[in-house]
Design a protein around this ligand. Structure first.
Ligand SMILES: Cc1cc2nc3c(=O)[nH]c(=O)nc-3n(C[C@H](O)[C@H](O)[C@H](O)COP(=O)(O)O)c2cc1C
Length: 289
């Protein structure tokens, strides 16, 4: 099978697991890795100190969408240090200052790509709220590590500008897109369904948004992009690749349809390539060049 590559990490094919879908706690990631053999798994975002989830419910289905307010729950830097998973990993990091990102980055094993979460909408002072500090965050992380750096943004109006700042500051690529903030209200109760109030929208209904953002950023910078957002089938993945994604990450579909969906999508994708008589790299950015 064709060997694929992202920021120097060899992959079996362009399909990886998106951040936050498999918990960092306990044996979940290990079991998923052994049973389903994804090309790589992105960890849930690690912060320096452990964070508890927001009060339940934290993940709900609303029509064709999902909304989550997990709130970056994770076991903190000790959890990062002790992670022992026999799959390739991309380490997602979150923090509230450049220094916190720098300290976490220095704990990531050599050679593993780092994904800087500057986009989650579910924890005040982190994620999307510090996206405007992208330059300082990337510079600080770069001063601690030679590992490949991806910066993950949500579908912000200024995403093209911020992506440019990330690359200028030393990032090697981008992950696009994270969830976007929404609210669902129980009309009988007259209050938000998520106890946190708001949540990040993911799944099918953000797919076209992801394709547009990946296309705009790829057209501008032609850089390495991990495309993520509403991949439920092989054609969704192909669409994101045609818009400029070199690698694609499956997220909500794994929660919604179960983990076997990942390998169904992969098999269908390889059948598509065979039928077209092309290899995956030929797809990247072909629709927006
Ligand atoms: C339950 C849940 C938890 C998530 N946690 C994180 C996280 O910790 N860090 C992060 O960068 N993205 C997180 N995400 C966002 C996903 O990685 C992805 O960017 C987003 O869900 C869009 O892709 P999808 O539509 O395929 O799910 C989370 C998504 C979900 C549904």
């Amino acid at each position: 099978m064709l060997l694929y590559e992202l920021l120097g990490m060899e992959l079996e094919d362009p399909f990886i697991v998106a951040s936050g879908i498999i918990p960092n706690h306990g044996s979940s990631m290990r079991e998923f890795c052994i049973q389903y053999r994804p090309s790589a798994i992105t960890t849930k975002s690690f912060t320096l100190s452990p964070l508890d989830p927001h009060p339940p419910p934290t993940v709900i289905k609303v029509g064709e969408c999902y909304m989550n307010a997990v709130g970056l729950a994770n076991p903190g830097k000790d959890g990062l240090r002790s992670l022992d998973v026999p799959c390739k990993l991309i380490y997602s990091l979150a923090g509230s200052s450049p220094e916190e990102f720098g300290e976490l980055a220095s704990l990531v094993p050599k050679g593993s790509p780092i994904e800087l979460n500057l986009s989650s909408p579910n924890r005040r002072g982190m994620g999307d709220s510090i996206a405007p500090m992208v330059r300082e965050v990337v510079r600080e992380v770069r001063s601690h590590t030679d590992n490949g750096i991806l910066v993950k943004f949500g579908p912000r109006d200024d995403v093209v500008k911020l992506a440019g700042r990330a690359l200028e500051a030393g990032a090697n690529g981008l992950t696009l897109i994270n969830t976007l903030k929404g609210m669902a209200i129980d009309v009988w109760e007259g209050k938000p369904i998520l106890t946190y109030g708001t949540g990040g929208i993911s799944g099918k209904c953000i797919h076209q948004l992801a394709v547009r953002v990946v296309g705009e950023v790829y057209r501008e910078y032609g850089t390495e992009i991990v495309g993520v957002g509403g991949i439920y089938g092989w054609a969704d993945a192909v669409e994101l690749m045609l818009a400029g994604a070199k690698v694609v990450a499956v997220g909500t579909a794994i929660i919604d349809r179960g983990p076997t969906v990942l390998n169904e999508i992969r098999e269908d994708f390889h059948r598509f390539l065979e039928e077209k008589g092309i290899n995956a790299t030929e797809l990247v950015g072909a629709a927006v060049r």
